[in-house]
Design a protein around this ligand. Sequence first.
Ligand SMILES: Nc1ncnc2c1ncn2[C@@H]1O[C@H](COP(=O)(O)OP(=O)(O)OP(=O)(O)O)[C@@H](O)[C@H]1O
Ligand SMILES: [Mg+2]
Length: 453
Amino acid sequence: MNEKILIVEDEFIVANDLKMILKKGNYNVMGIASSATQARTMIAAKRPDWVLLDIILKGNETGIDLARELAAVKIPFLFISANTNQSILEAVKKTGPYGFMVKPFREKDLLVMLDIARYRHKIENQQELKTGEIEQAAPDFGEIIGQSPNLKEVLHKVSLVAPTDTSVLITGESGTGKERIAHALHKNSDRKNKPLVVVNCAALPLSLVESELFGHEKGAFTGANSLRTGKFEQANGGTVFLDEIGELPLDAQVKLLRVLQEKEIERIGGNHTFKVDVRIIAATNRNLEKEVAEGRFRLDLYYRLNVFPIELPPLKNRKDDILLLANHFLLKFNKANGKGITGFSDKAQQQLLQYSWPGNIRELEHLIERSWLLATGHEIDSIELPADSESLGETAPGELSSLEDMERKHIMQALQASGGKVFGSGGAAEMLKIPATTLYSKMKKLGIQQEHY
Ligand SMILES: Nc1ncnc2c1ncn2[C@@H]1O[C@H](COP(=O)(O)OP(=O)(O)OP(=O)(O)O)[C@@H](O)[C@H]1O
Ligand SMILES: [Mg+2]
């Protein structure tokens, strides 16, 4: 029990007695005041959790005067007094105390009274919190569409963690809405009026990781022609969203870890460190535990980030959301382009529900856009679905694969050959002779995920 109790009692011996009993009962006695004035000063310096009040005090104010003020600022209190005069008791009742004990009392009397009072106070607080929750604006989930139990569970987690400063790690396949969730977390936090700075770790060229994140002084290195503030500095007071954190090179992971631990940064070429106040949200479509096991991700950084994990389910496990999302995108395109397509035919709906959605919501959005453009009637008759990734490579003889399918197949072969490595020497990007960032965006576009290769 760490509750702080203030004793307001003018008789030194009684006050001291109370203090001993409370200490024995494991309470923290924050002080003894012998007058209302003295009590006010102490309360102003440190808010007590409970106040024990005598009625007659030094000075011309009584404990009842003080009680009215305590009630106004919602500090709970109990009276301890020898004075049981009827008119005084009436005045006492009106202040709403949590109890009244008549002096002299036994040690046990006091501790039991306090215990019951604390219990009642706790219950009242919980009820107040609950009604407060109802009155409070519901969390703002922007345009996060979906009704499936899986998504509801995610949104419940978001509403719990959003108002705190806890680091959140969002995992899930590509296109499941990780970035959306990151925005929702920021928007529902006290930091919402401060910046949300997005860092795409996959798109950071290795040589610039540090200067991007932490900034550099003018002249820090060749080409550093002016001072540059890093993402952490830009986000001060707000949130840094480290997207695709699984792609961050090991060197940069060490530096990031230091910032997360020390909460201070140093610009490259600078000679001092300074504090930054940022909340960290990270996202990845990689299995970070596997990355750790295979030595590509630091365990200590993983623990730092994985304080509150939120896993986004793939679209195929949110079947209830498919048509909702499809309609949402349809309306969005209608609104933007003034073409009034009213819905999907039964056939199109069946197609949408049966497809496995390897590229998740992003793929759905693109497909609806394409179907919307192609539609000539008042509804979308059918959807031109790509070959399901499960049946990839099973082109019937004489049938030509689309360029997209060929590209997907080719990239997957390279990834299989590189053992899943995208970047660096021996990585798929090197084999395909394209920059890793280009490969990465192609993989995203084609819905290629780790479990596919
Ligand atoms: N619940 C949702 N309701 C409406 N649109 C959504 C929802 N979830 C995601 N989207 C849309 O789907 C697309 C993909 O979402 P997002 O970019 O957040 O995915 P991601 O998980 O970050 O993907 P990646 O791992 O590829 O970066 C975006 O256009 C986003 O606006
Ligand atoms: Mg993303």
